[in-house]
Write a protein that binds this ligand. Structure first.
Ligand SMILES: [Zn+2]
Length: 280
């Protein structure tokens, strides 16, 4: 059972983490409140390893958002994503992660930690691909249609962006594996390495799913005046935009939710498979 001290520490740590991310400019006020809840749930129901993984994600993301900020600002104006994460963005990515922590409290299955890590790895892969890929000079291509589009377009992929995405997923995978090794008392390295592989691949799949949804079902508008594609209903020039493709309700948050679910499930499934094969 959760004692009063654990409840208190969970609240203090998650508040400190969310406020650090808020000060760094990566969370809005609503996003900060949602992040406090997400952190507290991770700490209370998952445990300190879960919280550390979340902290690694938030702190490294804040740093990446700041990295060469001025250079990125001009590029990202057409798109809804960059800027501080709001409450819906945090919840879209954090809902399944929190659920995994709560289930783990009642049913301590290691694959649930991998699911949690896979969700975070998907978001982190996307963050690295976006924040670093946006600085790339080469034009990315839209998934499926395979035409060249502006840097920062939802659904666009590039070789370097995919490499950054995989690196971002492996970064979380390595931390998740390390935390698993610590929890095992450095006894078994095989499960820890399985976690690294599963979370790395799951995060990459989640990030590719994000691009796939972005290129197909995500709503995209077009400004009739500037003749530019945008994710905004009202363009920065002030004119109302028209729907170009996708479903009206399938906005960025829904894409994030769907792709982080995909990443988390692939990570957990792959971990399950690896565990079967690696059983001594
Ligand atoms: Zn316009």
């Amino acid at each position: 059972m959760l004692g009063p001290f654990e409840l208190l520490w969970g609240a203090i740590f998650s508040l400190a983490l969310a406020l650090t991310a808020f000060k760094g400019g990566s969370l809005s006020i609503g996003g900060t409140i949602a992040a406090v809840l997400l952190g507290a749930f991770a700490y209370w129901f998952g445990g300190w390893q879960w919280f550390v993984l979340l902290a690694v994600f938030f702190l490294s993301s804040s740093w990446f958002t700041k990295y060469k900020e001025a250079e990125k600002q001009g590029v990202s104006k057409e798109f809804a994503n960059p800027g501080p994460r709001d409450v819906f963005q945090v919840l879209a990515n954090g809902a399944l992660a929190s659920l995994a922590a709560v289930i783990h409290y009642f049913w301590p299955e290691p694959a649930l930690f991998v699911l949690f890590a896979g969700v975070i790895a998907s978001v982190n892969a996307d963050t690295w691909a976006t924040e670093l890929g946006i600085l790339s000079k080469a034009k990315p291509r839209l998934m499926i249609a395979w035409k060249k589009v502006a840097v920062g377009t939802s659904g666009a992929v590039s070789l370097m962006g995919t490499v950054y995405a995989f690196a971002g997923a492996l970064f979380i995978g390595a931390w998740a594996g390390g935390l698993t090794a610590v929890a095992n008392g450095f006894g078994g390295w095989v499960p820890a390495l399985a976690v690294v592989a599963a979370v790395g691949v799951g995060g990459l799949v989640g990030s590719l799913a994000d691009s796939l949804f972005g290129a197909t079902v995500q709503v995209m508008y077009r400004c009739p005046k500037c003749r530019k594609e945008t994710e905004r209903r009202i363009h920065k020039c002030g004119s109302a935009t028209r729907r170009l493709r996708g479903f009206d309700w399938f906005d960025n948050d829904v894409v994030n939710l769907a792709s982080s679910i995909a990443g988390g499930l692939v990570a957990a499934g792959l971990f399950g498979l690896l565990s079967l094969f690696l059983k001594p």
